[in-house]
Ligand binder design. Structure first.
Ligand code: PGA
Length: 257
C-alpha cells in the first residue's frame, strides 16, 4: 500500500542492555553516521534508569527516546511500576507494549497490552504494539489468525483516531534474537495482512496511516530489502541497535525508502 501516508520509523530496542555510563559514547559514535536530511524517525527504547542519560546524550540528534513497558495503573501503591504520566513528564515519546519477551516471561495478556496502550495515548506517548507468532504457530499455519487476534485485542475499545496514533510491530517470535530473519516475502505478507485487519475493523484511512514495523533479527545487511516492502514501514531492532554503526546503516536504509 502507498507508503506516502506513513513516515518510516526505525526503533531500537535495547532490552536489558547498556549502562548509563555508556550512553554518551554511543551517541557520540552515532552522531556523525546519521544522514543529514532525514525523513525517517529514529527512536531508542531503553531501560527506565537509562532514559534520562539517553535523552541528554541524543540532544540535537533528532532521535526520540522510548521506554519498553508501562504500568496499566495511573499512580499510587503499585510498587515497582512506572506510569505513563512519569514517562511523558521525562520526555519519552514512544513505548513498546506487548513485546513477546514480556508476554512470555511476565504473562502479559492482550487485555493488558490494550490497557497499557490506552494509558500511553492518554499521555501523548506513541505505543509500539508488538504482535507475532511462535514457530509452532507458523508450522500449524495459524499465523494470520493469531496475529489478527493480537491486533484486535490490542485495539479493543479504541476508535479510529486512537488507532491512528499507534504503531504496530510485527515480530515473529522465532526470528527474535535468533539471527533467523523472516524473508521479505514472509514479513510483507503478514504486515499487509495486519493492515487488512485494521481496514476491516476501522476504515481505509486508518489502515493506510498506521505504521507497521518488522522486527526480528533485522540488521545492517537485510534491512534495505525488508524496508523496501510496500507494507513494512520501519523496524524494531534489538541486537543491531546496540551498535551505532549497524543502527545507522538501518536508519540510512529507511531514509532512502
Ligand atoms: P532482535 O530483537 O533484532 O535482536 O532480533 C528484536 C526485538 O525483539 O525487538
Amino acid at each position: 500500500m502507498n507508503k506516502k501516508y506513513r513516515k518510516p520509523i526505525i526503533a531500537g530496542n535495547w532490552k536489558m542492555n547498556m549502562l548509563c555510563s555508556q550512553t554518551k559514547d554511543f551517541a557520540d559514535e552515532l552522531k556523525p553516521l546519521l544522514p543529514k536530511n532525514r525523513s525517517s524517525e529514529a527512536v531508542l527504547c531503553v531501560p527506565y534508569p537509562l532514559i534520562g542519560s539517553v535523552l541528554k546524550a541524543v540532544k540535537g540528534l533528532r532521535v526520540a527516546v522510548g521506554a519498553q513497558d508501562v504500568s496499566i495503573y495511573d499512580k499510587g501503591a503499585y510498587t515497582g511500576e512506572v506510569s505513563a504520566e512519569m514517562l511523558a513528564d521525562l520526555g519519552v515519546k514512544y513505548c513498546i507494549v506487548g513485546h513477546s519477551e514480556r508476554r512470555a516471561y511476565h504473562g502479559e495478556t492482550d487485555a493488558q497490552v490494550c490497557a497499557k496502550a490506552k494509558k500511553l495515548l492518554e499521555h501523548g506517548i506513541t505505543p509500539i504494539i508488538c504482535v507475532g507468532e511462535t514457530l509452532e504457530q507458523r508450522e500449524l499455519d495459524i499465523t494470520m489468525e493469531w496475529v489478527s487476534m493480537q491486533v484486535k485485542g490490542a485495539f479493543a475499545g479504541m476508535d479510529g483516531a486512537d488507532v491512528r496514533k499507534c504503531v504496530i510491530a510485527y515480530e515473529p517470535v522465532w526470528a527474535i534474537g535468533t539471527g533467523k530473519t523472516a524473508t521479505a516475502e514472509q514479513a510483507q505478507e503478514v504486515c499487509e495482512y495486519i493492515r487488512g485487519v485494521v481496514r476491516k475493523l476501522y476504515d481505509a484511512r486508518t489502515a493506510r496511516s498506521l505504521p507497521v514495523l518488522y522486527g526480528g533479527s533485522m540488521n545492517a545487511k537485510n534491512a534495505a530489502e525488508l524496508l523496501a516492502c510496500p507494507d513494512i514501514d520501519g523496524g524494531l531492532i534489538g541486537g543491531a541497535s546496540l551498535k551505532p554503526a549497524d543502527f545507522s546503516v538501518i536508519i540510512n536504509a529507511a531514509n532512502e525508502e
